[in-house]
Design a protein around this ligand. Sequence first.
Ligand code: ATP
Ligand code: MG
Length: 430
Amino acid sequence: MPDVMKAALPILERLAEGGYEAVFVGGSVRDILLQRPITDVDIATSAQPDEVMRLFERTVPTGIQHGTVTVLAGDRAYEVTTYRQESAYENHRKPESVSFISDLEGDLMRRDLTINAIALRADGTVIDPFGGIRDLREGIVRCVGDADARFDEDALRMLRAVRFMAEFGFRCSPDTWEALLRRRSLLRHIAMERVRMELDKMIGGASPGEAIAVLNESGLLSYTKDPLEARFFGGDGDFRSGRAYGALDRLQLPADRWACLLLLHGAKAEEAERTLDALRFAGKRKDEIALMIRLHMDMTGEAERTGCFDEAADPASERLRRLWVKLVVRHGTEAAESWLRIVRAANAAPYARAADWLENCLRSMPVATLRELRLNGKELAAHLERRPGSWTGEWLNRLLIEAALGRIKNGKEELLAQADIWKAEECAHE
Ligand code: ATP
Ligand code: MG
């Protein structure tokens, strides 16, 4: 038994003292049997939620309507859930309310897959009524009971099945796979947030490339409420050579993987943003991914216009350096670093061959943001004796690019001197 579970044993013991049954269940039991690292342990018990709250000093009723009470012990938190069954499913998704039961087997029966329906007692005995251990050994994802009925009850389970196939490199049992193909249109009943959370676990998981391949094979993404299929599997990606899903596995960060996925399928900036909206990405996460895609779009647009990546051209040109620095300043160093990781992972022609050189350029930029520039708009306007206006931002940006290129020093005097030169040039033109 791993340490995180040993640490939770006093909770099982306390419940036993109270006269209740209590076991470890779900993902943590599965992961121990697979000898994978476990993070959170889930506990199931015959005690009702109010009884759980009575037995422990520090509790939080985190999901009381589903029977879940969080028990705080030491610096850890444990979810303790009362044995339950979910009889009344509505609209092919999780029910609002559940009924509590007193037997463990009933609780295991309502779980999605055999590999997730194994319980472990404090004394180390395993309760496995549906052959979960055999399926773990043989590498099979299989529904508990009749697969059509289980997908009918909660259509999200189809995505979960795909996730565990990819995560563990398992096959699907033929019955379960056929039921999934028959039932896949039910996925439209599932809120896009929940779909996104499952996809996020796949993309952030051990084998995102495999997850995308299995999703593709299943056709599931054609049936989500906001259809995703065409967005993921249509189009002709900039990086795509024979569906290079493997690129996803070579990236570490989920945001890089999402951006890479969108680019693999040729999403242009607006389309990529629509996909992110369809997936209910918001705030910082959406911006992060969208910024990287915009940088890529700007890069491809400019590369086409200026020919700086043409076969014959040496990518290590001053023209490309200027373009790159401009894009780094516009979209930020984080987006630029992410883009470099992605073109490398996808071995994206023609950019990958310039990646080392571009990275060097990035590292040697003395400044990259207006915040770092040793001059602000007010100072600039005062110096030039002009009223601040939209021109101030434009000039500061031009100065920033020159400083980022190392053409002028990032000091107030030097920056103002450059502004004087531009002003004189302007006057000469007029
Ligand atoms: P993860 O490693 O992603 O946490 P997990 O199997 O622990 O995987 P959770 O979402 O944490 O997944 O759920 C815990 C347990 O609850 C599962 O192992 C499974 O027994 C059960 N479960 C979760 N979602 C469903 C569902 N949609 N239908 C039936 N049972 C489910
Ligand atoms: Mg879990």
